[in-house]
Design a protein around this ligand. Structure first.
Ligand code: FES
Length: 101
């Protein structure tokens, strides 16, 4: 079953297979998205702000939290931010590109 990822600040929309990560769904759907480390949880350039549907994503694992903290500081974990290469989609979500750095 496919889910919908809406990129609200770009007026774009792609479909994701159940369990597919956001980054792959974006790229397959023709939406350009930064991913400097190639999707290996080792940068934060693939970051997204989750505007709606956080509960429809896999929870953050330790690796993702560590990378977010290392590059962006501890407080980023309190916000609705995800690494798109790590967040798996299990329902519809709305995202945007965060404005940090
Ligand atoms: S592409 Fe580098 S952390 Fe996702």
């Amino acid at each position: 079953m496919a889910h919908k990822i809406e990129v609200i600040d770009r007026d774009d929309e792609v479909e994701a297979e159940d369990g597919q990560d956001i980054l792959n769904a974006l790229l397959e759907g023709g939406v350009e998205w930064m991913h400097a480390c190639g999707g290996f949880c080792n940068c934060t350039t693939c970051r997204v702000k989750v505007e709606e549907g956080m509960d429809n994503l896999s929870p953050r694992e330790q690796d993702e939290e560590n990378t977010l903290k290392r590059f962006q500081g501890e407080e980023v974990l309190e916000g609705p931010f995800r690494l798109s290469c790590q967040a798996k989609v299990y329902g519809d979500v709305k995202i945007s590109e965060p404005e940090w750095f």
